[in-house]
Design a protein around this ligand. Structure first.
Ligand SMILES: Nc1ncnc2c1ncn2[C@@H]1O[C@H](COP(=O)(O)OP(=O)(O)OP(=O)(O)O)[C@@H](O)[C@H]1O
Ligand SMILES: [Mg+2]
Length: 281
C-alpha cells in the first residue's frame, strides 16, 4: 500500500513556566495508507490531541510536518474533516443548516438541489433525517454528535480526524455511534485518525492502533496491527480468536506506561537484572 499521509518528526513544545521549553510531542513519525483507519491511544495528557490538532492544522508544529497526498499541510483545510469530543454546532442554526454551511463552502458551484441532496444524504446516514429542522438545543448530545459526523463527512475530506468523538456519551449511545462511524468510514474507504481512551473502540474501528508513550516528549511507542476483516460487525470482532490477546496488548502497554509514570526516573525496570555488589572493575 502506498503512503497517503506522512507525519514526519512531528514535534511540539511550549514555553516552560520557569523558562526554556516543555516538549509535549517529539519526533512523532507515522505513515498512513489511503483508506487506513488509525486508532491512537495513550494516557491522558500525553499529547494525543496535540498530534491531532497539528494534523488538523489548528496547532503549528515546532518542527517536522505533515504531508497529505504529496502536499505538506499549512493550516486547516477542507481536505481534513475534524470531529471533537464536544459537538460544537452553531446553536442558532438547525441541524440541516449546520451541515449546509460547510457544504456550500466546499461545493459553491453545485446546484442548490444537489447541495440539498448531499446534506440530507449524510443526515440520513447518521439517522437524523427526521431531525433536520431541529436546533442543537432540541437534540441530545448523541444526536448533536451525529450532526457533527454528518457535517464532517458531507465535505468529503481526504482524511477524517476524530478526537475522542464519543468520549462524552453514555456507553449505549457510544456503541450506536461507533457503528454509525463504521458505516461512514468503511463503504467510502476513508482514511482516518481516531483518538480514543476506549480500547474496545480502538479494536473495533482501527486497522492499526498507535500507542503513544507518556509525555513529556511523547512519541509513537508501539503499533498494533488489527487483522479483523472488513466490513466489521461488533459481534464478529469480539468473537475473533485474536480479540482478547490484542486487547491485552493494548491494556498491557497502557499499564506499563502507567508504571513508568510513577517509577523514579533512574529506577531499573522490574525485568532488569539485579546489580551485584562488589563486582570487579
Ligand atoms: N496551549 C498549550 N500551552 C501549554 N501546554 C499545552 C498547551 N496545549 C497542550 N499543552 C500540554 O500538552 C500536553 C498534552 O496535551 P494534550 O491535550 O495533547 O493531551 P491528550 O493526550 O490529548 O490528553 P487527554 O487524553 O486528556 O485528552 C499536556 O501536558 C498539556 O498541558
Ligand atoms: Mg485530548
Amino acid at each position: 500500500m502506498r503512503d497517503y499521509v506522512e507525519l514526519f518528526n512531528l514535534s511540539k513544545s511550549y514555553p516552560a513556566p520557569g523558562g526554556g521549553k516543555h516538549p509535549v510531542v517529539e519526533r512523532f513519525n507515522l505513515k498512513i495508507a489511503q483508506g487506513e483507519i488509525i486508532g491512537v491511544i495513550g494516557h491522558s495528557g500525553c499529547g494525543k490531541s496535540t498530534v491531532l490538532s497539528m494534523f488538523a492544522g489548528l496547532v503549528e508544529p515546532t518542527s517536522g510536518g505533515i504531508v497529505v497526498e504529496g502536499r505538506e499541510i499549512d493550516g486547516p483545510g477542507p481536505d481534513r474533516g475534524v470531529v471533537f469530543q464536544s459537538p460544537s454546532l452553531l446553536p442558532w442554526m438547525t441541524a440541516y443548516e449546520n451541515v449546509a454551511l460547510g457544504v456550500r463552502q466546499v461545493y459553491p458551484t453545485a446546484k442548490p438541489s444537489e447541495q440539498r441532496d448531499l446534506i440530507l444524504y449524510y443526515l440520513g446516514i447518521v439517522g437524523l433525517h427526521d431531525c433536520a429542522g431541529k436546533h442543537p438545543g432540541e437534540l441530545s448530545m448523541g444526536m448533536q454528535q451525529r450532526v457533527g459526523l454528518a457535517r464532517a463527512f458531507a465535505l468529503s475530506p481526504k482524511v477524517l480526524l476524530l478526537d475522542e468523538p464519543f468520549g462524552m456519551l453514555d456507553s449505549l449511545t457510544r456503541m450506536e455511534l461507533q457503528e454509525v462511524l463504521l458505516g461512514l468510514l468503511e463503504p467510502a474507504g476513508k482514511t482516518a485518525m481516531l483518538v480514543t481512551h476506549d480500547v474496545d473502540e480502538a479494536l473495533l474501528l482501527s486497522d492499526r492502533v498507535v500507542m503513544m508513550t507518556n509525555g513529556p516528549a511523547a512519541k509513537v511507542g508501539e503499533i498494533l496491527q488489527i487483522p479483523f476483516p472488513r466490513p466489521r460487525k461488533r459481534e464478529e470482532v469480539v468473537q475473533h480468536p485474536a480479540y482478547y490477546e490484542l486487547r491485552e496488548r493494548l491494556i498491557g502497554f497502557l499499564a506499563e506506561q502507567e508504571r513508568l509514570k510513577h517509577a523514579p526516573a533512574d529506577a531499573p525496570a522490574e525485568s532488569a537484572a539485579p546489580v551485584l555488589a562488589g563486582k570487579a572493575g
